[in-house]
Design a protein around this ligand. Structure first.
Ligand SMILES: Cc1ncc(COP(=O)(O)O)c(C=O)c1O
Ligand SMILES: N[C@@H](CCOP(=O)(O)O)C(=O)O
Length: 468
């Protein structure tokens, strides 16, 4: 499988090349040259497989010649071995038409572990085969950072620098990053928002000399490998609900648009998905786009669901590329307009295509709190603020035909104990493996919202010990 940039000006690569490049040189995102479709019989053959086996089989067409199916199977087994639920991605029924798929049974209690535990294995394998090293740079609004650090800590071929917006994550999220004692991990607290951090990461990639010197790669969902590793759980959920012999709808709390993009990809591969329902907080650019083709970025506002405090949703570019019939020139122009003006004039035909499949609902903080309470009161299910937004969007969705709605539970409620307690009176506690978190020593370096300052911090970190 070969991959091309959404902006058409970067060198095509295979899966290994994409994994190690992260972002295309033209600023675009890598996309597979074609979608590996499956027949109904092929989907049925995946029913009842253990999760790691299913993940290997679903992902392998994207990985192609880079890694054999047998080796990928081993990497998936190792990636998911440490999850604390035998099903890895268990389904919980909330009412007659609504299910939740729990994606938070990995080591850092968020859906990011589903992809990042595997990316840790993939990096290790590909870097060892090629005898190479990398510096990972990532931006986090709270969950990607800890999941990436956990997956990459103490790996001798990797240095990892994670930028988070200071004061804008939950305390649990911050401590999950800053209490890790590993010499290859560097936490930078930026005086800005998640969008500033993400912009800075893209700026680091755009500095060709820095990119080359540091051998940069990415762990955010701008890296295609992240999306590929998020597709299998949609397949697992749909098969559990009777697909391919029954349509399903997914409800996904959305920020950087990576998670729901993976659902879109599963549908593009032939999984019968009737609707993709997205939930956002007051940072509602995506739901405004769906409602009125209003793709206008406003300032990022803090909310009860801090991981979704995002206005520039990177993976929207991948959907846009598909909506404009894979035209890289149109995609590049629209992305440039968005960057320059903060507004993207999406062509009407493309917007209509999006609204035929996607629906959206945005919740204020008060509505999020009410949703956590209502879900708990009516079903007994304790949802974190992000998952509650997805569930509420699923409950509110008007579907054209009856189909089970599967809402993605993206984080454990104990990651956001204050919000959950305020809504329900119940303070969820951390599992025993994280018991040390609130007392561990924190390590972080503060930085202004300035690319040159962050570059020199990362250079100094990478130079500090010369494993690279
Ligand atoms: C708990 C949680 N839910 C939802 C999201 C939104 O997912 P995405 O950015 O893939 O849209 C995030 C962050 O990405 C998250 O950490
Ligand atoms: N919500 C994320 C933001 C980054 O998203 P990603 O999926 O692109 O890594 C976070 O918690 O860090």
């Amino acid at each position: 499988m070969r991959y091309f940039s959404t902006r058409g000006q970067a060198e095509p690569r295979d899966f290994g090349g994409v994994l190690l490049a992260g972002l295309a040189e033209d600023g675009g995102l890598f996309m597979p040259e074609s979608w590996p479709e499956r027949s109904a019989a092929e989907w049925r053959a995946l029913r009842d497989l253990p999760y790691a086996e299913l993940a290997a089989q679903v992902m392998h067409p994207f990985v192609g010649e880079t890694i054999s199916l047998d080796v990928l199977r081993g990497l998936c087994e190792r990636a998911y071995a440490g999850f604390n639920h035998p099903a890895r991605v268990p389904m919980v029924q909330l009412d007659s038409g609504l299910w939740v798929q729990e994606l938070f049974h990995g080591p850092t209690l968020a859906f990011k572990d589903m992809a990042l535990q595997l990316l840790g294995q993939l990096f290790e394998h590909v870097l060892t085969e090629r005898n190479e090293t990398v510096t990972i740079v990532g931006a986090t609004s709270g969950d990607t950072g800890s999941a990436a650090i956990e997956a990459c800590r103490d790996r001798s071929r990797i240095k990892i620098a994670i930028l988070h917006p200071e004061g804008r994550t939950s305390e649990v999220q911050r401590r999950q990053m800053t209490t890790v004692d590993a010499s290859n991990v560097f936490n930078i607290a930026v005086d800005g928002t998640f969008d500033d951090c993400q912009d800075m990461v893209k700026g680091l990639f755009a500095d060709t000399a820095f990119r080359g010197d540091m051998k940069l790669t990415a762990v955010n969902s701008i890296n295609w490998a992240r999306i590929a590793a998020q597709i299998p759980y949609y397949v697992a959920a749909a098969l559990a609900m009777g697909a391919p012999d029954r349509e399903v709808a997914f409800a996904v709390p959305t920020g950087n648009f990576g998670n729901v993009l993976a659902a879109w990809a599963a549908r593009r591969m032939g999984l019968p998905v009737s609707k993709l329902i997205i939930g956002s907080n007051r940072n509602d650019i995506l739901t405004r786009f769906l409602a009125a083709n209003d793709m206008t970025a406003k300032g990022v506002a803090p909310s009860l669901s801090p991981s979704m405090d995002i206005q520039v949703s990177s993976n929207f570019e991948r959907l846009l590329f598909e909506l404009v019939d894979r035209d890289p020139t149109v995609t590049a122009q629209l992305m440039q307009d968005f960057r320059k003006t903060g507004h993207m004039p999406v062509p009407d035909a493309a917007w209509k295509k999006a609204t035929a499949l996607f629906q959206g609902l945005a919740l204020s903080d008060a509505e999020t709190s009410a949703a956590i309470r209502q879900i708990h009161d009516t079903t007994g299910y304790l949802a974190d603020p992000h998952s509650a937004i997805g569930i509420a969007a699923g409950q509110a969705a008007k579907l054209p035909a009856p189909a089970p709605v599967i809402a993605m539970a993206t984080a454990h409620p104990a990651k956001f104990p204050d919000a959950v307690e305020a809504a329900t009176g119940i303070r969820p506690s951390l599992p025993p493996h994280l018991a040390h978190l609130m007392t561990g020593e924190e390590r972080l370096t503060r930085a202004p919202n300035d690319l040159a300052s962050v570059e020199s911090l990362i250079r100094a970190f990478v130079g500090r010990n010369d494993q690279l």
